[in-house]
Design a protein around this ligand. Structure first.
Ligand code: GLN
Ligand code: ZN
Length: 758
């Protein structure tokens, strides 16, 4: 038996790539240095996999930014506006990733979207009618050769043409079908070139196959791959799927000339059933994804061996693999010095998962595996109960009733009351919450964590920042203010740290987009609130201004979705436990004079099943109520905001309206306001603030640009319903670009208010 890894994290165990890129962007790191650091990381990652005994080691899973963007570049799909800048290759690449503002022009970055049901974001390729997709760029080949020089014949990994075309945005009249021949040729050329360089296998990722597919989609896939596989140039092709099962196309995919098929047995609810029903071609190899690439719990060998045995009944050639790329889990437990072993023994990060692959291989080859010491040790971990039960919380969740989820009076009544209460101008301006987390903010936190300063000193510094931030917002002229979130390392981790039931890591970073990483807390036991979490800072901030200052919380679904969840109780129960805790905080903020409270649900959609058929009686039926539970106890005067970003909400706008918030702000500036039409179509009642300023790019949007966007929005959304705001929190931005951008934003709103008067 052999083992295979779908993909490996690339940002570096100590986030080396992040820091290198950020220095490079600032101009303090030379490009050669950046390239050297990137290369060192690649070699290191290949070596760890080799040392762990992995047989199929991926290459080309590295990226300076994102694999979809790399694929666009590989196919020469660079939109005109970037080409026209006439930059060198790397600068052109970063202009697509981050936007460009400089002597050669001013262009926005490509749109960014959540990658299936993960918190990783990909760059949305733009395909123009005039584009000709053909093999360009050398990354795929260079990295294969680099691995080879390091003594490793890697398995190059490509995002597949079907997924690429399905996720791309088409700016002209042509659609994915028009590019079938071109893209098939381009990939075929890539196979040929890889074969020449000595590659034996290539992995083509087609996660889009786990989505709901129409018969047209399936036909397109079959026709595209029939062309692509016509000449494989002697290379073996693995079709890799993940994040679900391929129930809509299993029987169409199997006859194609693939040499291996990668099936996800962790998230693929129907994978085993499909295999049992349809069997598996003996001439193909089944790459069985049985080691979870998304969660951090140790693999239960007993269950996995049973699963592998079931799989082997139907497939004679099986390779043990990860369920998806390990990009979605942190590097290694070795970096966790503070976490006691009693916790650690239940966990496995990327590097530990490599070890799991080889241990599973040993057990799978051992007829008497139950006597194997590897098995016995693993069995021991799972047979002892974990701590962390809180009966009071369990009872509260069990006794929730319908009325706990209903806020009274209804939305329209509240809207009237709140207009009187706040007397805000039309198009009120606000921000999403965080202000730049500058060097001094991080240094203050680090000093406190390492015991160099007292808690009082730590807090006083934060309060000083808050005071400055309030002053700045008043000067800029924003209408609804925020305290700036200087006390938060991260919007989920912060709450995790304040709540009972979570455990924390020091270095367990996971890439979210570009150079941004998150450190998801781990839900260990039942969750409860033991102390106020935000009240002191919020009350302080409000005391400094006559204007309303928003209390700022993270919602239950987002805390759940951006944590590593338990697997021993349901997601619903975890969400309700968290919702009860956040509800207590909401009520305490209100009792302390906070009149506007924002409960962020940035990740609302993340665990929504990828297929519509799996939605009902599931996710949304508890996710929306969990949010409602948080705010159903507040007074009508208290205005509840929520915020969402970077997913396609079009399909669930009705449910979002049902969250029954008073105002929702969301990301829109990178996605051409597609969502506005969906809002109109469903008669959305909640007031909305579609972001008019892309905060993930360092460029400064002009007054004109934001006015133009607002005018477009106002054609569809009545002015009484519209808020004006950036599309997300400002924590990753610098002060240099933040202040002028917000000044422009306020100016744009003011000018439109004037124009509307006439
Ligand atoms: N309030 C958070 C912030 O501004 C929201 C961040 C987010 O949506 N990801 O940072
Ligand atoms: Zn956001």
């Amino acid at each position: 038996m052999k083992t295979s890894v779908v993909g490996y994290p690339r940002i570096g165990a100590q986030r080396e790539l992040k820091f290198a890129l950020e220095s490079f962007f600032k101009g303090s790191l030379a490009v050669e240095e950046l390239k050297r650091i990137a290369k060192d990381l690649r070699i290191l990652h290949w070596r760890s996999q080799k040392d762990a005994g992995v047989d199929f080691i991926p290459s080309n899973d590295f990226s300076y930014c994102d694999g979809m963007l790399d694929t666009a570049v590989m196919l020469g799909a660079v939109p005109k506006r970037y080409k026209n800048l006439k930059l060198d290759e790397l600068s052109e690449y970063f202009s697509m990733a981050r936007g460009y503002q400089g002597e050669r022009g001013d262009v926005k970055a490509l749109a960014m979207k959540k990658w299936f049901n993960t918190n990783y974001h990909y760059m949305v390729p733009e395909i123009e009618d005039e584009m000709e997709l053909k093999l360009s760029g050398a990354k795929l080949f260079d990295e294969f050769v680099e691995a080879k020089d390091a003594g490793i014949v890697a398995k190059p990994v490509l995002i597949g043409p079907f997924t690429f075309l399905k996720l791309a945005r088409y700016t002209g009249k042509r659609t994915c079908f028009d590019f079938e021949n071109q893209i098939a040729d381009a990939y075929s050329d890539a196979l040929g070139k890889l074969a020449k360089l000595g590659a034996k296998w290539v992995q083509i990722d087609e996660p889009f196959l786990v989505m709901d597919l129409t018969s047209e989609d399936v036909e397109f896939f079959v026709s595209l791959y029939s062309k692509l596989l016509k000449n494989k140039h002697g290379i073996k092709v693995l079709l890799q799927t993940y994040f679900g099962d391929i129930r809509d196309c299993w029987n169409d995919v199997m006859p194609l000339d693939f040499d291996g098929i990668g099936i996800d047995f962790v998230e693929g609810m129907k994978s085993l059933e499909l295999l049992e029903k349809n069997g598996f071609d003996n001439n193909k190899i089944l790459f069985a994804g049985v080691v979870n690439g998304k969660n951090i719990w140790k693999n239960n060998y007993q269950k996995t061996i049973l699963l592998l045995n079931s799989i082997r009944k139907y497939a004679s050639n099986v390779i043990i693999g990860t369920s998806c790329s390990l990009l979605h889990v942190p590097y290694t437990l070795e970096s966790e010095r503070k976490l006691p072993d009693s916790y650690k023994k239940h966990l496995a990060f990327a590097k530990e998962k490599l070890a799991e692959l080889s241990e599973l291989k040993k057990l799978a080859e051992d007829d008497d595996y139950a006597k194997n010491s590897i098995f016995i040790e693993n069995y021991g971990i799972f047979s002892s109960a974990r701590s962390g039960v809180n009966n009071a919380v369990r009872e509260r969740v069990a006794s929730l009733v319908q009325k706990d989820f209903i806020r009274l009076p209804d939305f329209h009544e509240r809207e009237k009351i709140q207009r009187e209460e706040f007397k805000l101008p039309f198009l009120p301006t606000t921000t999403i919450g965080s202000f730049p987390q500058t060097e001094d903010v991080r240094a203050n936190r680090a000093a406190f964590k390492s015991g160099k300063i007292t808690e009082e000193e730590y807090k006083n510094f934060n309060k000083k920042k808050i005071a400055d931030c309030i002053k700045l917002q008043e000067k800029i002229g924003l209408d609804v203010l925020v305290h700036g979130e200087f006390e938060r390392n991260d919007m989920v981790e912060y709450f995790g740290e304040c709540l009972d039931g979570f455990i924390f890591t020091e270095k367990a970073w996971v890439q979210s987009y570009g150079t941004r990483c998150v450190k998801p807390p781990i839900i260990w036991g039942d969750i409860s609130r033991t102390r106020p979490m935000t009240v002191e800072y919020s009350v302080y901030a409000q005391s400094l201004s006559e204007k309303p200052v928003k209390g700022m919380l993270t919602g239950p679904v987002t805390i759940l979705n951006w944590s590593f969840p338990r697997e021993d109780i349901s997601l619903r129960d975890m969400a309700m436990q968290i919702a009860l805790a956040i509800r207590e905080e909401v009520l305490e903020l209100e009792a302390n004079g906070i009149r506007v409270i924002q409960v962020d649900e940035a990740a609302l959609k993340e665990k929504l099943p990828l297929r519509k058929a799996d939605w009902g009686k599931g996710y949304l039926d508890w996710a929306i109520p969990a949010f409602r539970l948080v705010h159903s106890g507040v007074k009508p005067q208290t205005q509840i905001h929520t915020h969402m970003c970077y997913s396609e909400f079009e399909s669930i706008v009705k449910e979002i309206d049902d969250m029954d918030a008073d105002v929702i702000t969301f990301e829109a500036s990178r996605s051409n306001l597609d969502i506005i039409d969906a809002l109109c179509a469903c008669g959305f009642k909640t007031q909305v603030g579609p972001g008019v300023y892309d905060i993930h790019s360092p460029r400064i949007p002009s007054v004109e640009e934001m006015k133009e966007t607002l005018i477009k929005i106002l054609k569809k959304i009545p002015k009484e319903k519209l808020w004006v705001n950036p599309d997300c929190g400002l924590k990753t931005r610098g002060e240099r670009e933040t202040t002028p951008s917000l000044e422009n934003l306020v100016a744009a709103a003011k000018q439109i208010r004037e124009e509307l008067k006439n």
